[in-house]
Design a protein around this ligand. Sequence first.
Ligand code: ATP
Length: 503
Amino acid sequence: TEDQFKKVISHAKEYGYIFQSSEIYDGLSAVYDYAQNGVELKKNIRDYWWKAMVQMHENIVGIDAAILMHPTTWKASGHVDAFNDPLIDNKDSKKRYRADVLVEDYCAKIETKIEKEVKKAAKRFGDTFNKEEFLTTNGRVLGYQEKINTILSRLAKSLESEDLADVKTLIEELEIADPLSGSKNWTEVKQFNLMFGTKLGASADTAMDLYLRPETAQGIFVNFLNVQKTGRMKIPFGIAQTGKAFRNEIVARQFIFRMREFEQMEMQFFVKPGTQKEWYEQWKETRLKWHLSLGMGADKYRFHDHEKLAHYADAASDIEFKFPFGFKELEGIHSRTDFDLKAHEEHSGKKLQYFDHEENKSYVPYVVETSIGLDRMFLSVLATSLEEETLENNTTRTVLKLPAVLAPFKAAVLPLVKKDGLPEVARKIVEELKWDFNVFYDEKDAVGKRYRRQDAAGTPFCITVDHDTLENQTVTIRHRDTMEQQRVAIDDLRAIIDKAVNV
Ligand code: ATP
């Protein structure tokens, strides 16, 4: 819900996960900075992905291509001509909207009306109210629902056929139906290219127009043959990459869900033509398993298979995640055919073919890609982990139940009191553990308060050094999620943490 989402955003700031970019200058819209804890969580997600995709697959290798690429790259990929969103301006308010999103927003308003009807009826009928039955039998609600369905299917058709005038008509029709908004003064709908332009070179007449890459994939395609030859890779094989991408998004909202500068984690898998469907199915399954391995709940994920396909694809599916604002795309799995490699062959005049020794012939491979936004993944983890628990004594506890493998700090070491030699012993434990884990030392405030701080920051373990430690070399280890405490030997700490962190 919206409230829950607001809490996530303020928690992210309060606990050093995410700050607005250039905050002292009132920020830059849809651009964010990762703070001291955020940078660790982000790195851990990236590493978790890299390990699963590269380290665990002997036929997948990584690269790190430059953000700036030869401008013809983007002509070949289709981005110069087709990487557009429909845009509409309001002449009165001087506000700019993504036309398709505006239509969806109006539909969401109608949806709110449905919810109101449900609430009203639930109140009226009390215990006998059955929501399912109400939604499928109430005339008014059905009318609203039908309206949403027709509008959205008309929107999809108009976008597909690039009938931008019809998108405008839809907006106008919706306005009339929406008594709140009144009549607005709209411009025509225009296509708006999302790529950020920049220049290379100092002198005005020789400078070259470049783009900041809008996706990392093209850096892999143009390097396909270099990697294949120098790595002596045999098909099927993959190339993985993580790195920044830039899109001048028209609607920038929902925190780090849609940013103008973001990071992608992509893997392009090169296969023999004709085998792409099998690989596509396999990568869908493999990627879902990766998500499930984090233990955030199977009910949080679903596939959304695309009916409308991009110009380069012969199959595409999203892994959607249940964000606080509903199920939304987290990762895309696309069967991209030989579109990109063929286009680069055409535009560069260079062959990008693989010689298959078994078949004794050359061909342009087909590509199945998996593409996930690191920041979006970060948001999914953060939003799902944040919980407000009511404890037995009716107090509440804020706890960030991050998967231990992703947590910025794996343990906090806390001397019970700041005297009697306890800080020295605690420091020694930190010195030993820090070779293997990110550990935190804290001696300020009462220990209960320190526990709560670590709960809210997401640290899976607190290790407390007390007077008994001096006698018998044992400490208390407290588990974040259950608040259970165990007495363990200092010598066993590394193994206990390791077991929880390395799943
Ligand atoms: P959307 O439909 O949400 O705009 P897309 O279909 O354009 O996304 P892709 O081009 O397939 O996205 O990019 C792959 C992944 O990159 C997405 O699944 C998403 O996780 C991430 N991503 C794309 N655009 C953004 C953005 N503006 N901010 C953050 N992450 C993004």
